[in-house]
Write a protein that binds this ligand. Structure first.
Ligand code: SF4
Length: 336
């Protein structure tokens, strides 16, 4: 659970019952509570990017999502469903570091019911299976104890024959989700990595064993379970280190009956991201040397540095060999 240094309420959030309830509760507990007209004012006085980043990551904002349109989310889903923006984690490689730029704070929404009304309209208009991604701009699990957004969304999708929900997380506070009658309309993925990568680069996230324990509980509760192994790095001893991850997975899920999906993504970065990472983590040891990478134009028109083809082949052959011979049923969605 995310326990920030300060809680900020956008004025409009106090017009909603959840906003009022949280405001009363946090004030009673004598937390650092601030009310602002707009969340933009939160970082106004800070000048350095590094300072803004770390201050923002310690700030939880309760706001109102007023977007008229959901953003599309191809190829994995049809739409992003906005529940939270930003994440308490400080993973050095995270794409949010660049994507959210000067808004690194965590903003969660108190008008979930309005957001779900919008989702319902999309489903009804399409009249065919419509998938919504809940973690496109955040990791929603750490703020779940405040707004219970995931709980409400999972219940909503359970009653939608043509709606499906999915999200991915690096956290483990899954208890409130375990007893929901989800009708198997929600797909929960856990993002995993080797202990080395987690300890080195994934700050303020749950450790590997915690994620695996949480994943087991989610799988045992009948959700469609998946793992995202990402980003995969090549470093000295990477094979042994990822082998240990595979062993732990086999140990944890050896008696598991349902199929588990896997997605594997090798590390990549853009020059813009590299600059931002170096600004907010000046001591970073993330491997980002252009000489050892291949430049590739991405689908959104900008270029990124991916591993060289021979390195990608090593990653593909390692993971396809092990993931197709696990102690439980698997489906490898892709290894890139
Ligand atoms: S947990 Fe996920 S969303 Fe959060 S900082 Fe890490 S990579 Fe980014």
């Amino acid at each position: 659970m995310f326990v920030p240094k300060r809680y900020v309420f956008e004025k409009r959030a106090l017009d909603y019952p959840i906003g009022q309830k949280l405001y009363k509760q946090l004030t009673k507990e004598k937390k650092n509570v601030i009310v602002l007209k707009s969340s933009r004012a939160v970082l106004e006085k800070m000048t350095s990017i590094e300072e803004k980043f770390h201050y923002g990551k310690e700030t939880l904002i309760f706001g109102v999502k007023s977007s008229k349109k959901f953003i599309t989310c191809r190829p994995s889903a049809h739409y992003q469903i906005p529940l939270v923006t930003g994440c308490m984690g400080r993973c050095e490689y995270c794409y949010l570091n660049t994507q959210l730029g000067d808004k690194p704070y965590i903003r969660t929404y108190v008008n979930i019911e309005e957001i779900l009304d919008k989702a319902k309209k999309y489903i009804d208009e399409r009249e065919e299976m419509t998938i919504f991604e809940g973690a496109a701009t955040s990791d929603p699990l750490p703020v779940e104890p405040y707004t219970h957004g995931l709980e409400k969304v999972i219940r909503f999708f359970a009653s939608e024959p043509l709606g499906r929900f999915r999200f991915v997380t690096k956290y483990h506070n899954v208890e409130p989700l375990l007893n929901i009658d989800h009708k198997n309309h929600t797909d929960i993925r856990f993002s995993l990595n080797s202990d080395y990568v987690i300890n080195q680069y994934e700050h303020y996230t749950s450790r590997l064993n915690q994620r695996l324990e949480a994943a087991k509980k989610i799988g045992d509760s009948g959700y469609q379970l998946g793992f995202l192994i990402a980003p995969v790095f090549l470093y000295e001893g990477w094979e042994e280190s990822y082998q240990k991850l595979i062993d732990k997975l086999n140990q944890t899920f050896k008696d598991f009956k349902d199929k588990i999906t896997f997605e594997v993504i090798s590390h990549r970065y853009t020059i813009k991201a590299k600059k931002r990472i170096q600004d907010v983590f000046p001591q970073t040891k993330l491997p980002m040397e252009e000489e050892s990478r291949k430049f590739k134009y991405g689908q959104f028109g900008y270029g990124k540095y991916i591993y060289k083809p021979e390195d990608i082949d090593r990653i593909k052959s390692f993971f396809s060999k092990y993931l197709s011979n696990m102690a439980f049923q698997t489906e490898i969605k892709y290894i890139i």
